[in-house]
Design a protein around this ligand. Structure first.
Ligand SMILES: Cc1cc2nc3c(=O)[nH]c(=O)nc-3n(C[C@H](O)[C@H](O)[C@H](O)COP(=O)(O)OP(=O)(O)OC[C@H]3O[C@@H](n4cnc5c(N)ncnc54)[C@H](O)[C@@H]3O)c2cc1C
Length: 594
């Protein structure tokens, strides 16, 4: 097994096996049948070409065409399977829109292209490394223990601004709802009730009292309903994009399968080496952030042995780590922002419920280590940065201010260094909402109460210590039920942290809530694209310089999320940023269509 620059592990490619990288089993079966027939009827294997569109032609017509000439011309546009002399197979998939990244941004943009842009779903594919769309969003938010989102109910993945509120029974009255067909109609009481699917809850439970922030499970349920509404699961192909080359009239995108899929290929005794190439008229880079950022003192061994864990690290990558749940008791959370705050408060809640259920006084000791004192702020950025062009226009037409001054100032600057500085100033890292900070059961309360020991400090030294379990007066009940071998191999080791404030603490696990790195997202993939195809980036920060509609270099390449930051501004990475990006890409898409 090898580990590549993109951080995903690969097994060596096994010859003679084939599997389509899509999610649908029936589609996979269907392709296998097609390939088997073509294989059997082919006289010149080096010339076998099959072209078809599974979404638009019937099974029977395909088989009939195949049995006569091996080539289907019904719709050459979508899939060409090219079997080479040396038994390697190159599957070429032609698609008008290829979205790379099926996270918050990729999903909302796909929904917008279909729902607002009138682009057919069959003209879009979403490539994402994970087995389901929104995997990273769901696993990361779950890992923090957050109960409510930071952003309010207007920021979600559907098109109609009030869709999330409506799904959970909030009467949005006659509020402006944009131009979505059927949106804005008042629902009868009966219908409203039907829409609420989380059992036994009212809209009061679903939305926080401050800024109508949605509860995480409700938000996720709404995300799933958007995926279902636009059939986005059907457009998802699981794989990793390894290279992007702008060509005349299309963008060539190479796809690599994940090791698990490659393993499955060994069940299909059909072809030789398989490679996948997309020829896309347009691609949208919605790759997310840089990788999670680790403190300097952390090394591989700390992670492998399960003593240190970044809570935003992908669960799929964590599979090799040792599970030490039975002896994890005292925990240090490192970080000074909302993620760290969510995590310690979740640990306090778990402590409370464990002691209540077990009627025992056994509690984890919870340490919170942060370099800076906590700063209070409602949102990641000022709301002015979240206003889209349609809302600005509505405001202006209604006699309001229109585009907020912050956005105007940002747009009027043609100096990328200055824009980056505005982003850094406006997107203050390490802030927490008033509810989390001072609210009932919030951080201040838990610290004053002694549930959390807060250290205003940095870690200056780490070392492992051996500890006799008898020395620990709070020995975990579970420990007594573990067999002798496990006890010997895992007992007694703890991690000791010396802090800059002079304190020394001993814990069983350190959880990092230190956010993401600041590098250009996409790693080698984007670096190569910039280097080989002369795409413009800022000399100061290396991020893409794109036009107003987020087109990068007029080559059919669009960007979203962090990659669009120098055009969208400080909210680019957020859910609001996904809505802003979709609005602009849609403008370009409609122009292309016309
Ligand atoms: C814990 C947490 C809470 C947050 N809370 C809020 C909030 O309340 N409100 C708010 O507005 N924002 C919030 N955010 C910020 C923001 O909305 C999220 O970070 C959002 O998930 C970013 O979406 P994305 O699509 O850009 O990235 P991601 O969700 O990371 O998706 C990118 C996808 O692209 C895939 N990918 C990348 N490279 C490749 C490749 N080469 N080939 C194939 N696939 C690839 C990745 O595997 C991934 O699935 C929060 C973020 C976190 C971490």
């Amino acid at each position: 097994m090898t580990s590549n620059d993109d951080g995903y592990e690969r097994t060596n490619f096994k010859k003679k096996h084939f599997q389509f990288p899509g999610r649908s089993n029936s589609l996979r079966q269907f392709l296998l049948i097609l390939l088997s027939i073509s294989w059997m009827t082919s006289t010149r294997r080096d010339a076998t070409i099959i072209a078809f569109n599974p979404a638009r032609i019937t099974h029977t017509s395909t088989i009939n065409s195949l049995s006569t000439c091996n080539t289907i011309t019904t719709n050459q546009r979508d899939v060409d399977v090219d079997v080479d002399n040396d038994e390697s197979t190159n599957i070429i998939i032609k698609v008008p829109w290829l979205i790379i990244g099926g996270g918050i941004h990729g999903v909302h943009i796909a929904a917008s292209l279909i729902g607002k842009g009138g682009i057919k779903a069959t003209d879009i594919q979403i490539v994402d490394a994970n087995e389901s769309l929104l995997h990273k969003w769901k696993s990361r938010t779950a890992a923090t223990g957050m109960e409510y989102l930071r952003s309010s109910a207007g920021y979600h993945l559907d098109l109609d601004e009030h869709s999330l509120r409506r799904q959970f029974g909030v009467d949005t009255g006659n509020a402006a709802v944009g131009n979505i067909k059927g949106a804005g109609r008042k629902k009868s009481k009966k219908n409203r009730k039907k829409n609420v699917s989380l059992q036994g809850i009212t809209s009061n439970d679903v939305f926080a009292k401050d800024y109508e922030r949605p509860r995480l499970d409700a938000f996720n349920e709404h995300c799933d309903s958007v995926i279902t509404k636009y059939n986005l699961d059907q457009l998802h192909v699981q794989g990793i994009v390894t290279s992007i080359e702008p060509k005349e009239g299309h963008v060539k995108v190479m796809l690599s399968l994940l090791s698990e899929q490659k393993k499955n290929n060994s069940e299909n005794e059909i072809g030789g080496m398989i490679s996948y190439t997309y020829k896309a008229q347009n691609i949208i880079l919605a790759l997310g952030n840089d990788e999670p950022s680790y403190a300097d003192w952390v090394d591989e061994k700390d992670i492998e042995q399960g003593f240190v864990r970044h809570i935003l690290e992908d669960t799929q990558k964590r599979s090799g780590e040792k599970v030490r749940d039975h002896d994890v008791k005292d925990v240090a959370v490192l970080g000074g922002g909302i993620t760290a705050a969510h995590k310690v408060l979740e640990l306090v809640r778990t402590n409370d419920s464990t002691t209540r259920t077990n009627c025992s006084t056994l509690k984890r000791r919870i340490h919170l280590i942060s370099r800076q004192p906590f700063k209070e702020q409602q949102f990641d950025t000022h709301q002015d940065w979240m206003m889209d062009q349609a809302a600005s226009k509505r405001s202006e037409e209604g006699g309001g201010y229109g585009t907020p001054d912050r956005q105007k100032k940002f747009k009027s600057s043609t100096c990328w260094k200055e824009r980056r500085k505005m982003i850094v100033k406006e997107r203050v890292a390490g802030t927490v909402t008033p509810a989390i900070f001072r609210g009932e059961g919030g951080l201040c309360y838990a610290i004053n109460n002694g549930d959390i020991k807060w250290h205003h400090a940095e870690v200056v030294k780490k070392r492992y210590i051996e500890m006799d379990m008898d020395e620990d007066e709070n020995v975990n009940d579970n420990y007594n039920n573990i067999d002798a071998t496990t006890k010997r191999s895992t007992q007694k080791r703890r991690i000791q942290l010396s802090l800059s404030c002079g304190n020394t603490i001993e814990v069983d696990e350190v959880l990092l809530a230190t956010g993401f790195g600041k590098k250009l997202p996409g790693g080698k993939l984007i670096k190569d694209l910039v280097k080989n195809f002369d795409l413009e980036v800022s000399d100061f920060c290396g991020f893409p310089i794109v036009d107003e509609n987020l087109s990068w270099g007029s080559k059919g390449i669009y960007v979203a999320g962090a990659l669009a930051e120098l055009e969208i501004g400080p909210s680019a990475r957020n859910i609001a940023g996904a809505r802003l990006a979709a609005e602009r890409i849609l403008k370009a898409a409609t122009k292309t269509k016309a």
